[in-house]
Structures are given as structure tokens and as C-alpha cells.
Design a protein around this ligand. Structure first.
Ligand code: SF4
Ligand code: SF4
Length: 114
């Protein structure tokens, strides 16, 4: 392949109509407040684990809502390693939409890591 000095990224579009919604629907039953997330990033800004590691709670639950479950179960993205969360609950306290983010992590661990 010719080297033009730049790379073209692979497409990141997701077909949500055909994506597997099973786990996402289960999550909404267990953590109903998840549907109210506006992606502001307040949870990441205050995250205790994020201060000491590269963990990113917003990216974690964002990937889950996009049904990209596989990205949460490999070592490819260390910033979404569910085991890095300390379950302190600070993210839930600051969320302007009242999303139970701590509960999200607990349920994601049950759904994806067991
Ligand atoms: S703070 Fe709440 S609304 Fe903002 S990204 Fe986190 S979960 Fe979503
Ligand atoms: S519960 Fe987890 S994601 Fe939330 S602030 Fe604490 S360490 Fe971060």
C-alpha cells in the first residue's frame, strides 16, 4: 500500500437497529436511571479510580450503551477495565441526571465478567 504520510481510520459507525440489545435492555431493567445519561462526563471528572489509573467511567458506560460489549471484555482498552472501579460511589453522587453509575459498574461486572 502506498504511504501518503497519514492513515485512514477504520469506520466507527454502529448499526444500532441490528445491534444485540439484550444486555442493554437487561441493564435498563436493573438500573433504570441509565436511560437519563446525557454524556456530560461529570462522573469521569470526579472518579476516584480515574485519579490514580487511566479508568474512564463515562467511556465505559458509553461503550455499553453503544452495545460494544466486546470492547469491555478485552485488554485492548485499559481505560475501560471494569476491575479498576473501586465502587466508592462518588460518580453517582455528582451525576446531574441521577444515574446510578456505581450500580452500572456492578451490573456490568455481573453481565460481562462472569
Ligand atoms: S455524570 Fe451522569 S449524565 Fe454525566 S456522563 Fe456521567 S452518568 Fe452520564
Ligand atoms: S464508583 Fe467507580 S467509577 Fe464511580 S467514582 Fe468510584 S471508582 Fe469511579
Amino acid at each position: 500500500m502506498a504511504n501518503f504520510g497519514f492513515k485512514i481510520s477504520t469506520p466507527r459507525s454502529i448499526d444500532l437497529d441490528n445491534a444485540d440489545r439484550t444486555l442493554y435492555e437487561q441493564m435498563l431493567e436493573m438500573v433504570p436511571s441509565y436511560r437519563y445519561c446525557i454524556g456530560c462526563g461529570g462522573c469521569t471528572a470526579t472518579c476516584s479510580a480515574g485519579q490514580f489509573t487511566d479508568f474512564n467511567i463515562r467511556k465505559t458506560h458509553f461503550l455499553f450503551s453503544r452495545r460494544q460489549y466486546d470492547k469491555l471484555t478485552t485488554d485492548m482498552l485499559p481505560e475501560v477495565d471494569l476491575n479498576k472501579c473501586m465502587l466508592c460511589g462518588k460518580c453517582s453522587l455528582v451525576c446531574p441526571r441521577g444515574v446510578n453509575t456505581r450500580g452500572l459498574i456492578v451490573e456490568m461486572r455481573k453481565l460481562l465478567l462472569n
